[in-house]
Write a protein that binds this ligand. Structure first.
Ligand SMILES: Cc1cc2nc3c(=O)[nH]c(=O)nc-3n(C[C@H](O)[C@H](O)[C@H](O)COP(=O)(O)OP(=O)(O)OC[C@H]3O[C@@H](n4cnc5c(N)ncnc54)[C@H](O)[C@@H]3O)c2cc1C
Length: 430
């Protein structure tokens, strides 16, 4: 069975992170039929964090990943880590009530702090974590002049850092990092492998049979079978029918990143700061300068199909120039603006944009649905689920307040696509 991903498919295309990856510690590749207490399906940030937590508690857990660690959303994302969830605080409150919303907010901060402890540790130096996230607004007026941990930048000051007429004001937040997510996964993986060889890559779960006290999971060409007392799906936006109920609630959404060639010094004067930056439009973009002076530009989503690599490049260039026209007009001075890398990734969204964490049927659990905000939320959700699986936490009950909602079947992607177009239109009008 051929599990090697196709490099012309943007979802597996080579990223800038691949070219700047630290040496990889090989995962265990030969999976044999066996039994275990907990089987985790999916080796993104969620699955790896859960595995680490369970192993630390002495639980007999193992993880199977269809491809290599880091090829999914967790290793090819924008590299922003801030507190919060994919859904706004107000909407979380409307969904689950004020008390649960406050707890969820606290969890998101704990997840951020979990990441921060690693960002500042020597073992994670290669992730190049840098503090400071700037949010910029194209319309409206600042509501808070100053907030704790964040500073208001009015247009004049903003323009010293970002030479564009687009932005009216921004907030520079000290609570937020940018980092290399692929190297982060590599560091986490090697931490786990140092003591336990329990990560099996190139091992795709094809089917699951759930019996009273255990599940039988068939892997790859069905010749390998694992008997697990508990089964956890941490399959993000990459899971299929094998995930059962989850596949009826998750909507995989594609999103796009492009990376330019290294910027010349006259171009760096136009983006004259090293912060991670996002704009506050409903369908906005985010960007940051990478360690070799390239501009990473995240933009756009599609719920139906995916764009070709060339199309991602074209769209990104158009988008960048719409914000920073002078990046291109400097081309007359022998400086060009070229896109060297373009790729996509799949995010797991639920219809209310909050994840499903907990039991979906006897002895089967879900750890999915972090949307576009997984870098702090996946670790804390994994942490809480691992406490629950080892019988010692009440915190999981907060997640039970999040309702399971159907993804709309074949109409789900159409609705999501229309919603995105609508949001873009509102952005344009405002
Ligand atoms: C382009 C992009 C930019 C983003 N930017 C940011 C950002 O800046 N900040 C932020 O916080 N979040 C961001 N996100 C979201 C974030 O990356 C995700 O929320 C997070 O990575 C989800 O982690 P996960 O472990 O749930 O899923 P994934 O990382 O997607 O991992 C799921 C894994 O499950 C495996 N799998 C699926 N089915 C099977 C099976 N049957 N058998 C075995 N394995 C299987 C897949 O191969 C995959 O490796 C971005 C996402 C994308 C795509």
């Amino acid at each position: 069975m051929n599990l090697k991903p196709d490099n012309n498919d943007p979802i597996y295309a080579k990223t800038w992170y691949d070219d700047n990856k630290i040496e990889s510690v090989p995962s265990t590749s030969v999976l044999k039929s066996q039994s275990c207490e907990v089987l985790i399906v999916g080796g993104g940030l969620a699955g790896l964090c859960l595995l680490q937590n369970l192993l630390e508690k002495g639980i007999d857990a193992l993880l199977v990943e269809a491809n290599e660690i880091g090829q999914s959303a967790s290793g090819r994302n924008g590299g922003f880590c801030t507190p919060g969830w994919a859904l706004s605080d107000q909407k979380i409150s409307d969904l689950v009530g004020t008390d649960a919303a406050e707890k969820l907010n606290q969890f998101s901060i704990e997840g951020y702090q979990w990441m921060e402890r690693r960002f500042v540790s020597k073992n994670y130096e290669s992730v190049g974590a840098k503090k400071g996230v700037l949010s910029v607004s194209l319309s409206g007026n600042p509501t808070n002049m100053e907030q704790e941990d964040s500073r208001l930048l009015l247009k004049d000051e903003l323009q010293k850092h970002l030479k564009t007429e687009k932005y009216k004001f921004g907030y520079l937040n000290n609570e937020g990092y940018q980092f290399n997510p692929l190297n982060f996964l590599e560091c986490l993986k090697s931490e786990i492998l140092k003591t336990n060889k329990r990560i099996f890559t190139r091992s795709k779960v094809l089917s699951v049979e759930t019996l009273k006290d255990y599940s039988i999971i068939k892997v790859n060409n069905n010749s390998i079978s694992i008997k697990a007392k508990k089964l956890v799906f941490a399959t993000g936006g990459y899971g299929g029918h094998e995930t059962g109920k989850i596949s009826k609630t998750i909507l995989p959404i594609q999103t796009y990143i492009a990376v330019t060639s290294p910027l010349a010094s006259c171009q760096r004067e136009i983006i004259n700061c090293d912060w991670a930056i996002y704009d506050t439009r409903r369908a906005g973009n985010y960007y940051r300068i990478l360690s070799d002076n390239r501009l990473l530009w995240g933009h756009s989503i599609t719920a139906i199909g995916t764009r070709s690599i060339n199309k991602i490049k074209q769209n990104a260039l158009k988008d960048i120039v719409s914000v920073f026209p002078s990046l291109l007009s400097n081309a007359s001075k022998d400086v060009e603006l070229k896109i060297d890398y373009a790729w996509s990734g799949s995010m797991a969204y639920t219809s209310h944009m909050m994840p499903y964490i907990g039991q979906i049927k006897p002895n089967v659990y879900s750890l999915v649905g972090f949307g576009g905000h997984g870098m702090n939320t996946a670790p804390i959700a994994a942490n809480i689920l691992s406490d629950w699986l080892s019988g010692s936490s009440e915190k999981l009950k907060v997640f039970e307040r999040i309702p399971f909602a159907w993804n709309g079947g074949v109409f789900g992607p159409i609705a999501a696509e229309l919603k995105y177009l609508y949001l873009k239109l509102i952005d344009k009008i405002s």
